[in-house]
Write a protein that binds this ligand. Structure first.
Ligand SMILES: [Zn+2]
Length: 265
């Protein structure tokens, strides 16, 4: 007989609960994802996807699922969950990094207003392409967006979804070589064990969720190794899908062994 899973937002938080959420899928949270995704509109809670804006946002605020007043990336309920049940688990999942190339050179040549507008366009568009493919935004800092596809959220086809997001980013006119306005990005995608856990943010004022481990470093390094307007996909993601694309070995900074990857553009 299988044990009843913990109730999301209600019971003792521990590794088992975190494994349930991110590896197997928690029935309560999965149900919330299905419902919340249909309600307009972005931005949303990073964990349960409840909308913060539009009619859906207004409606869910009345149900106590408005944006947390101290933790802008989560709704009040999920913020409460992270506070009550801090923890973490190691789960095999897919990770994507996308960042802007040569942003320092650009910042030197352009006005601060222009640089800020460009970064905002990049963030909006990159987040849209990633969430179109069911990716969960982990973080954005500076000119970089980090997303994950935990199997507990998106099912066993997480690598294909991450690859779909990378292809959608490369196909987006904003990130395609050619026009003067195009923003040169580098993308990395990798699949492997990731430690996903709560971390204290803003000097302990609230908790956030973050990812750790070698797989995260590999993804970040692949993104910085990728030429402008290209994506490096490690062989752990690609399987047989990229059979036509030549595979190459990359020595990545800070990693003892080379990583085999495919370059997409
Ligand atoms: Zn939430």
């Amino acid at each position: 007989m299988t044990e009843q899973p913990h109730r999301f937002e209600e019971e003792t938080g521990n590794t088992e609960l975190w494994t349930t959420i991110f590896a197997d899928g928690h029935p309560d949270l999965t149900k919330q994802h299905r419902l919340h995704k249909r309600l307009p509109r972005d931005p949303r809670c990073r964990l349960c996807l409840v909308p913060f804006e539009g009619l859906g946002g207004w409606y869910m605020r009345r149900k106590g699922k408005g944006r947390s007043s101290r933790n802008e990336h989560y709704c009040a309920a999920c913020d409460g969950f992270l506070e009550t049940f801090p923890g973490g688990a190691e789960v095999e999942m897919s990770v994507l990094y996308v960042d802007i190339r040569n942003s320092t050179g650009y910042a030197d040549a352009e006005s601060p207003e222009h640089v800020s507008a460009r970064i905002n366009s990049f963030l909006d568009r990159a987040v849209a392409r990633i969430t179109d493919h069911d990716g969960f935004i982990m973080a954005f800092y500076g000119d970089c967006v980090v997303a994950v596809w935990p199997p507990g959220f998106v099912g066993p086809g997480h690598a294909q979804k991450a690859l779909g997001a990378a292809r959608a980013l490369l196909a987006d006119p904003m990130f395609r070589k050619g026009s003067n306005a195009a923003i040169p990005v580098g993308i990395g995608v990798h699949t492997g064990p990731v430690y996903i856990s709560t971390v204290e943010a803003a000097r302990g004022l609230f908790r956030d969720v973050s990812i750790f481990g070698k797989s995260v470093n590999v993804t970040a390094r692949l993104a910085s190794e990728a030429a402008p307007f290209t994506c490096l996909v490690s062989e752990s993601v690609a399987g047989s899908e990229l059979g036509e694309t030549p595979e190459q070995s990359y020595d990545l900074k800070g990693l003892s062994e080379p990583v085999r990857a495919y370059s997409l553009n």
